[in-house]
Design a binder for this molecule. Structure first.
Ligand code: 13P
Length: 334
């Protein structure tokens, strides 16, 4: 393992004014997104859509540091035969790959999930590296509800995240460690804070036990935020203040960067929260976005599967990427 190189990549992923495009929707998830805009989820439509994003030259060269791909996409070529990975590289962004294989029900823990995909991961990482991936992502999902999460769910998911991260570093790939506490419930921000604290503490404990080099990883957490169905919605300032307090308490300064998921926040909320956090600096790590929905909802709608809308889709993507770039420097204004 070359830790200097891992650290260089991790640092580039969270470079000032840049963030990560999470375009790694599984086949099931992208179908849901396409259903919403009336587009059939065929292999060529998925390719055309993602090619549109990766050819958005303003966004890709100025605001996007890296792109997380799904397995299908990393092997796909653009309509003119150029590998999509090459389009990303030539814009100056770093290609990455989602390597978890989704979730399964966790035995003995009703309603809880464990992320799977460790089998043969070393071999898969080798192939992805050869194809150009320099970072990877693994998402653990923790739900908040009555009596959950259990310590069992937190612990097995943290263990799997650390196993994945160690395998990545051994393959010279920077792991994005993503323990996502969902914002789907009716819990308030303080319950989200408490659960996320337990999850992050356990995750870093496992990372240490499994000898993962903190300097060569990126953390992708949720924000401390109210559940979507909570009657008590925290303000932008409260989300920013509690999230930074939480992260300072749990994330060692050796970690080069933190890149948030959007998790179901609206486009503008995701931007406003990141911006408000940067008003609370200086911060010990790079702090930016790794948004999926909050970067793509607008371009999906503008594109709607029509070739004549490609320019409009790219404008919508570049706009959201620019707003989040400004937010990652605390320079966004509503
Ligand atoms: P969202 O920003 O839509 O939550 O997606 C980010 C991601 O990569 C989830 O795994």
């Amino acid at each position: 393992m070359n830790l200097t190189e891992l650290n260089r990549i991790a640092t580039a992923m969270v470079a000032s004014g840049k963030g990560i495009l999470a375009a790694d929707e599984s086949s099931g998830t992208i179908k849901k997104r396409f259903d919403a805009i009336g587009v059939e989820s065929t292999e060529s439509n998925r390719r055309d859509y993602r090619e549109m994003l990766f050819r958005s030259s303003e966004a890709m060269s100025q605001y996007i540091s890296g792109v997380i791909l799904y397995d299908e996409t990393i092997w796909q070529d653009a309509a003119d035969g150029t590998p999509l990975v090459k389009l990303i590289e030539s814009s100056g962004a770093i290609p990455g790959i989602k390597v978890d294989e989704g979730t399964q029900a966790l035995p003995m823990c009703p309603g809880e999930l464990v992320t799977v995909g460790l089998d043969k991961l070393a071999e898969r990482l080798k192939k992805y590296y050869e194809r150009g991936a320099r970072f990877a992502k693994w998402r653990a999902v923790i739900d908040i509800g009555s009596g959950i999460p259990s310590m069992t769910a937190i612990s097995v998911n943290a263990h799997a995240l650390a196993r994945y991260a160690a395998l990545c570093q051994a393959a010279q790939i920077v792991p994005i460690v993503e323990p996502e506490v969902l914002m789907d419930g009716d819990h308030d921000i303080d319950r989200c804070y408490d659960v996320t604290q337990r999850v992050l503490n356990k995750t870093f404990q496992e990372l240490r036990i499994q000898r993962v080099a903190l300097e060569g990883m990126v953390l992708k957490p949720n924000m401390a935020i109210s559940g979507k169905k909570s009657p008590k919605q925290a303000s932008v300032e409260e989300v920013a203040e509690k999230t930074i307090r939480l992260l300072k308490a749990c994330v060692p300064a050796a970690v080069p960067g933190i890149a948030f998921l959007s998790g179901g926040q609206s486009d503008e909320e995701a931007t406003a929260h990141l911006n408000a956090m940067h008003k609370l600096g200086p911060l010990p790590w790079g702090l930016t976005f790794s948004y999926g929905r909050a970067l793509q909802a607008a371009p999906q709608k503008a594109w709607s599967g029509k070739a004549e809308n490609v320019a409009a889709g790219q404008r919508a993507f570049s706009h959201r990427a620019r707003m989040n770039s400004l937010a990652s420097k605390g320079e966004w204004q509503s």
